[in-house]
Design a protein around this ligand. Structure first.
Ligand SMILES: [Zn+2]
Length: 261
C-alpha cells in the first residue's frame, strides 16, 4: 500500500467518522500521483513511467491511461512479493509496449528519474492477460511465461547483482570441471513452463543461456516452486545454492505464504 492511500483513507475517516471507508479506486490513485515533466524524456517504448521511492510511487508520466492503471496494479504485486530491502535501488518502473520482451531489468544504471538506481519494465500485453491483477495477495504461479515468473526473474537480476550471487553461482557451477554440456535447442522441457527440480538445468532458457540468465532462472525457481527438491541431482544443488544467499529463505517464506488462509 502506498503512503498516498493511507493519507486519503485517513482524511475520509476524519471527515465522516460514522461512514465505512470506501476503497480508493485505481483511477483515483493514479490521478493522485504527480505528473513529472522530467519523465517525459523517457524512451517512447514506455507507455507508463513511474518514479519509485521504496514503497511509494512518487511521480508518473502516463502516455496510455490503461497502461497506467495496469502498471499501478502490477507495482502493488511487486511490493507484495518483495519487501523494500530486496528492491531498494529500483527507482523506476515502466509498462512497456511490444511483445519482444515480457520484462526487462536495466542493469547499466541508466534511468530517467535523475537519482541513482535501476529501472524495471514489464510488457503491457502480459499485464492485460493477468486475470487476478487487481488482487496483489493472490498465490504465486511457478511457471515460465506468467507475470509472476517474469517479475521474480527481472527482480532476480537486481537481487543477484547486489548480493554478488551471479559471480558466486558461476564460480561454483560453470567453472567446475565435468559440468554437463549445454544444448542450443533443448525441446524436452515441460510444455507448461514448469521448472525442472531434478536433472541439470531448471528450464530450457537456463540451459541455453549461461551466466546471468541461468542464475536468475534458478533464483526464480527457488522462490516460486511449492516444494524444494531433496534429490541429489545437479539442479537440486543449484536451487539449494539460493538457500545460502542473504535474505533468500525469508523471501521464499513470504512468497510461498501468499494466498494462504
Ligand atoms: Zn533475464
Amino acid at each position: 500500500m502506498t503512503g498516498l492511500v493511507v493519507i486519503a483513507a485517513a482524511t475520509l475517516t476524519l471527515s465522516a467518522p460514522a461512514q465505512p471507508t470506501e476503497p480508493v479506486s485505481i483511477d483515483d490513485r493514479l490521478s493522485a500521483i504527480p505528473d513529472a515533466p522530467k519523465l517525459a524524456d523517457a524512451p517512447e517504448r514506455y507507455l507508463a513511467v513511474f518514479e519509485i521511492d521504496e514503497d511509494d510511487v512518487v511521480a508518473k508520466h502516463v502516455r496510455d491511461e490503461e497502461a497506467g492503471r495496469l502498471g499501478l496494479m502490477c507495482w502493488d504485486r511487486v511490493t507484495t512479493l518483495f519487501p523494500v530491502w530486496a528492491r531498494r535501488r529500483i527507482v523506476q518502473f515502466n509498462v512497456q509496449e511490444g511483445t519482444r520482451w515480457a520484462g526487462q531489468f536495466d542493469g547499466s544504471g541508466t534511468n530517467d528519474v535523475g537519482r541513482r538506481g535501476y529501472r524495471l519494465s514489464v510488457a503491457a500485453y502480459l499485464l492485460a492477460q493477468e486475470d487476478e491483477l487487481g488482487d496483489p495477495d493472490r498465490p504465486v504461479d511457478a511457471r515460465r511465461g506468467t507475470l509472476d515468473w517474469t517479475l521474480v526473474h527481472e527482480i532476480g537480476h537486481y537481487y543477484c547483482l547486489v548480493t554478488d550471487a551471479i559471480e558466486r553461482f558461476s564460480r561454483r557451477f560453470d567453472a567446475r570441471p565435468g559440468m554437463p554440456e549445454r544444448r542450443e535447442a533443448p525441446d524436452d522441457y515441460p510444455q507448461d513452463g514448469s521448472p525442472l527440480i531434478e536433472g541439470d538445468f531448471v528450464t530450457s532458457y537456463a540451459e541455453r543461456t549461461p551466466g546471468d540468465e541461468e542464475v536468475v532462472e534458478t533464483f526464480t525457481t527457488y522462490l516460486l516452486v511449492p516444494e524444494l527438491p531433496k534429490n541429489d541431482s545437479l539442479v537440486a544443488e543449484k536451487i539449494g545454492f539460493f538457500g545460502g544467499v542473504r535474505g533468500m529463505p525469508a523471501l521464499r517464506k513470504r512468497i510461498q505464504g501468499l494466498g494462504a488462509e
